[in-house]
Every structure is written in C-alpha cells, then in structure tokens.
Design a protein around this ligand. Structure first.
Ligand SMILES: [Zn+2]
Ligand SMILES: [Zn+2]
Length: 273
C-alpha cells in the first residue's frame, strides 16, 4: 500500500472512531431491544428468586435493592433452592444462580424467555470459576456482574460495550475498570422510565401490575453455558464478539446476553474475529 493510501485509510478510521465515541453512551437509549415485562401500571412486580450460596446472597440483596429504587421496579427477594446449577426458568420470576460453570469465558449471563412480545421469565448465572480467580475475586466485580445481569432481566442493555474504556458509573457497562460501576446510575433509572413509564399492557401479563404474581410454572428451559446451547448470534460487542444469542425452545423465544470476561476477549478476538 502506498503511503498516502494508508494515511487516508487511517484518517477515515480515526474519524469514524471519534464519531462513535461522541455518540456513545450518554444519550443512551439502552433498552435491550424492546424486551419488557407486561405490566398494567408500569411497575414490574416480578420476584427475584435467589438460589445463590456463599458470598452471593449479600450481593444479590444489594442488586435487588438497587433496582427497586426505580419507581418501575418492585421485586420481592425470595429465597430459592440451594444452588441449582442449571438455573431453569420459572414463569413470572427472575432466577439467580451461582456455580463453577468452568472456563467458559463468561463472568455472567442473563437469559429471558419471551412470549407474545413480552418477557415471561428471566434467569441469571454467575460463574464462580472466574470469581474465585485472582482477576475477579473482589466484591466490586461480583456486584457489577450481579447488578448487570439482573438489569438485563428487566430489559436493559449496556450503556457502553468497550472493555477498554470506563465511561459511566453504571453497572450496565463493559469495562476493565469496575470500580464505581457496581450500582445502576441515573441513566439506568431514566431508561426504565422510558421502557415502563410510556407503555402498559392490558390483560394478564408477567408484570401483573405491581401486585404479587402467582407463582409461575417451570418452563423447562435451561439457560445453557456456551454458544452451542444459546443458539444464533444476534448481537456483537465493540470487539465484534457475539454477546447476544437467540433460540426457540418449547414455543418460547429465549434470548441470552453474555458478559464475557475482559481477559478472555483477546484470545477470542484472535481466534474468530
Ligand atoms: Zn408490552
Ligand atoms: Zn451484560
């Protein structure tokens, strides 16, 4: 390549990066597609069922309290079975589980089941294989990921998906610098206002109008642990790595949002993208 061609190409890359950065997080329409629980009054009253063990219950309690600060979230914290590894979906609940899921590359995942255009079940897995390793064995990392995965289950996505930056104070951000990102920020609450404050549903929806929904039925849907189980890639992070997957199970659309460990990104980048 001649020098001036190369220079021109680099200039274009630099310019488009600048545009991307300027546009990136703060205007933040960061709803996760249009995924939302059906509510009759704009309040999601779905319980978070805590199946975790060890240091996790304290973390889950904080995350649930954080999300309940939204006027659109009113989740009871319920205790579930002791550490059920598969974290199968139960209608009208958000299940939260931890286990050593192995060197899968991910810190946490959030899966939702959709029916009739609405979330009808959520499930979050937290991977102790990484959280017991030196890179991630700290409370801020755990809190960030717990907060983020539960946030996905309410219909939020990330404000920023570049691991090499730290642009917000939100848990809904990919970053290698988790300090200060262990809770939702105002943009997350604003986004919940957009999702649930502007739209309600009639009839029997999952959110059940802020009341206590009846205990749901088990859906027989396991979130899975790897891309083969998650289905077709439909979303990619800033480094081009697939982080959202979808498949159909038993007539439901199941969508999984993956939080890859930042230190797993480089190897994947070299291998696939
Ligand atoms: Zn709706
Ligand atoms: Zn995420």
């Amino acid at each position: 390549m001649k020098y001036n061609q190369k220079f021109a190409r680099l200039t274009v890359i630099a310019a488009s990066s600048a545009v991307a950065l300027a546009a990136m997080p703060i205007l933040a329409n960061h709803s996760w597609s249009n995924y939302h629980w059906a509510t009759t009054n704009g309040i999601v009253g779905i319980p978070v069922v805590d199946n975790t063990s060890g240091e996790w219950p304290a973390r889950i309690g904080i995350a649930v309290a954080d999300w309940n600060k939204s006027s659109h979230i009113n989740s009871q914290l319920e205790s579930g079975a002791a550490n059920p590894r598969r974290c199968s979906m139960v209608q009208n609940t958000i299940q939260v589980c931890n286990a050593g899921y192995g060197y899968t590359g991910w810190l946490g995942i959030a899966s939702i089941s959709l029916s009739g255009g609405h979330i009808i079940a959520g499930s979050t897995k937290l991977n102790d294989t990484y959280f017991s390793s030196p890179s991630y064995a700290d409370e801020v990392w755990k809190q960030l990921v717990a907060c983020q995965e539960i946030g996905h289950d309410y219909g939020l996505t990330h404000q920023n998906e570049d691991f090499s930056t730290d642009l917000t104070n939100s848990c809904m951000e990919y970053t290698s610098l988790p300090a200060g990102n262990d809770h939702p920020d105002q943009h997350d609450y604003d986004q919940l206002n957009v999702i649930y404050g502007s739209h309600t549903d009639s009839g029997s929806g999952g959110g059940s109008g802020g009341g206590k929904p009846g205990k749901g039925k088990p859906l027989g849907i396991d979130p899975g642990n790897n891309p083969n189980e998650w289905g077709t890639a439909i979303g990619f992070n800033a480094r081009g790595k697939a982080n959202v997957f979808t498949r159909n199970v038993n007539g439901y659309t199941v969508v999984t949002h993956v939080t890859w460990a930042p230190d797993s990104m480089q190897a994947d980048h070299v291998r696939q993208f």
